[in-house]
Design a protein around this ligand. Structure first.
Ligand code: FE2
Length: 576
């Protein structure tokens, strides 16, 4: 779900001395780009020291097909949409990356895999364009964008979203949390109830949650638990009771009871903080702040105490990149930056990432990635890590590494199913671009065997031909079939490095496999090309038949005639 906002239409109050950083130099011209990816939203915003301060905010939100937010799916969504969201944000703001002064990123709190996408992209952009990197706290960003867009100066803040429920305020020059949920967040309560009760998605339409809509049909609320402890709330008992009542046929009255207890408790803790801190302003923000019902309750509470209530427009109440850009700008002007070369993505790691115990130095550093020995639950294994390539644009680089890691895992699985030997895969982390696989200790490259004892290599090439035919028969082409990507281990021939495989291979993709294999033979073992080709075709025909092998060879011939570096040598196979 894409949302684009240009808040130039909102009345932005003049920005004076900042309450956190009173000495900011507003006479400086500065533009900061901010990236948000802590949960289901990938957003890019651009903020400036000149009105209207927010130049662009573009975001794309992952909507789970079923159930709640899945961190890994959210992260995959973010990678998919990142380039387009970034492009549109720059376009809307009318600036280029070169005119941006710094790149800001939300480093938490949030979901590990989702956070890492933003952190990786921000660091990549900062390195690629030589810009400082600015870390931003997501919760502070919600509050600051709220202050900017509402003009409230030092409010008590009720921040309610799918993952957060807290009451915060500035006290003694720091934002402090005065109350929070003791268990689940308000947004999570509403979504989980809706899902488990079977209310039909979409869950939110124009700010109105499906629970709000269901509640409109009730006359009286069902009696529901209501738990406020000091300035904290608790929602898990409410969820259990509401679901139980719903299953007993309680209907819309349950929605109304749930809504009243949930919103009532949230507004009450905000009220307690307002009175406790003797403030005159309340700010409602976060994704749930889009609810007109909750806004009305906040307005009523504030008026009881002669306080002002405000909330940013829905685009800016939910997660967005503009809030990260805005706080990034404040931090940048205050000199809070980190050297991107040193900023570890670890800053945004959740606790779910895999800690591999590395057993030694890398075994191999190839074009594809680094291979190093690791301990996999007591079994020595190999981890293949596709590392970032600084010569590629960071967005493209991130996408390629993820795609190739996924392709490799799928292709190896297909190969094994088809009976083609390949190192077994133990674990895949596409976002880290890591595959942990079986370690064929003592395996030799086919290239080395051909070099050493070409006669003996011929039988392996015949086996290879049969394996490639099995792979092709399963619809998969290897995509990088060189003599270095074929291993011989205990007499068996293994295929490795499937990162460029095609899983729905055309006849042409299959012919390219043979073409690449021949080219690597010609380059490194020219005297062995013909016997090797004959052996390969023998093996290939034994699985798919002579006709199929012939068709493949004809196509290889065509590919070679079109090739830029045409093979001069006429060979027997050349006539097909
Ligand atoms: Fe948030």
């Amino acid at each position: 779900m894409v949302s684009v906002a240009t808040p130039s239409s909102f009345p932005s109050p003049p920005v004076g001395p900042h309450i956190l950083y009173p000495r900011l130099d507003w006479n400086r011209d500065a533009i900061v780009l901010g990236i948000e990816s802590t949960a289901h939203t990938f957003g890019v915003g651009i903020a400036s020291t000149r009105p209207p301060y927010i130049l662009a905010s573009v975001k794309d939100t992952y909507v789970p097909k079923t159930g709640g937010i899945h961190p890994r799916e959210a992260a995959e969504h973010h990678i998919r949409v990142a380039a387009e969201v970034l492009r549109r944000a720059l376009e809307v703001a009318g600036v280029s990356m070169n005119s941006v002064d710094a790149v800001a990123v939300a480093l938490g709190p949030g979901l590990g895999p989702a956070l890492r996408v933003g952190a990786t992209i921000a660091r990549g952009l900062a390195v690629y364009y030589s810009k400082p990197l600015v870390p931003v706290n997501h919760a502070v960003a919600h509050i600051e964008i709220g202050r900017l867009l509402t003009g409230l100066s030092s409010p008590v803040v009720l921040y309610v979203s799918g993952g957060n429920t807290m009451v915060a305020a500035l006290a003694k020059k720091r934002y402090r949390v005065f109350g929070e949920t003791l268990d689940i967040a308000l947004g999570n309560l509403l979504d989980t109830f809706a899902r488990d009760a079977g209310l039909a998605p979409p869950y939110v339409v124009e700010g109105l949650h499906v629970v709000d809509r269901c509640a409109l049909k009730a006359r009286e609320p069902a009696e529901m638990p209501y738990t406020v402890k000091g300035m904290d709330v608790s929602y898990s008992g409410l969820l259990t009771a509401a679901l139980r009542a719903w299953r007993r046929g309680g209907g819309a009255a349950v929605c109304l009871g749930l809504r009243e207890s949930a919103y009532g408790a949230a507004v009450e803790v905000a009220e307690r903080a307002l009175v406790h801190l003797r403030r005159r302003e309340v700010l409602l923000t976060g994704g749930v702040a889009a609810s007109p019902v909750l806004k009305e309750k906040m307005r009523m509470m504030a008026s009881l105490h002669g306080a002002a209530a405000g909330w940013p427009p829905p685009h800016f109440a939910g997660d967005n990149g503009a809030m990260i850009a805005w706080v990034g700008l404040l931090n940048y002007l205050a000199g809070i930056t980190v050297d991107p070369g040193e900023a570890a993505v670890e800053a945004g790691r959740g606790g779910d990432s895999l800690a591999l115990r590395v057993l030694g130095p890398p075994l191999y550093e190839g074009a594809e990635g680094i291979l190093y020995p690791v301990d996999w639950f007591g079994v020595p294994a190999l981890a293949k890590h596709r590392i970032a390539k600084r010569y590629r644009h960071p967005l493209l680089d991130a996408r390629l590494r993820v795609e190739r890691t996924i392709t490799e895992a799928k292709a190896v699985a297909a190969a094994l199913r088809a009976g083609v030997p390949a190192p077994a895969i133990y674990f895949v982390d596409p976002l880290e671009a890591v595959i942990v696989m079986e370690w064929l200790r003592g395996a030799e490259k086919l290239a080395d065997i051909i070099e050493r004892e070409p006669g003996c290599a011929i039988s392996y090439v015949e086996k290879l031909g049969a394996h490639v035919a099995r792979l092709h028969g399963a619809g998969v082409a290897h995509g990088d079939l060189t003599t270095s990507n074929v291993l011989v281990h205990q007499g068996e021939v293994f295929l490795i490095d499937f990162g460029l495989a095609s899983l729905h291979a055309s006849l042409r993709d299959r012919a390219v496999d043979l073409h690449l294999f021949l080219r690597s033979l010609e380059a490194e073992h020219p005297e062995n090309v013909e016997p090797a080709l004959e052996a390969f075709l023998r093996g290939y025909s034994s699985i798919l038949g002579r006709g199929e092998a012939g068709r493949l060879l004809n196509l290889v011939h065509e590919i070679r005639l079109m090739g830029r570096y045409r093979e001069e040598r006429r060979t027997a196979w050349g006539q097909g």
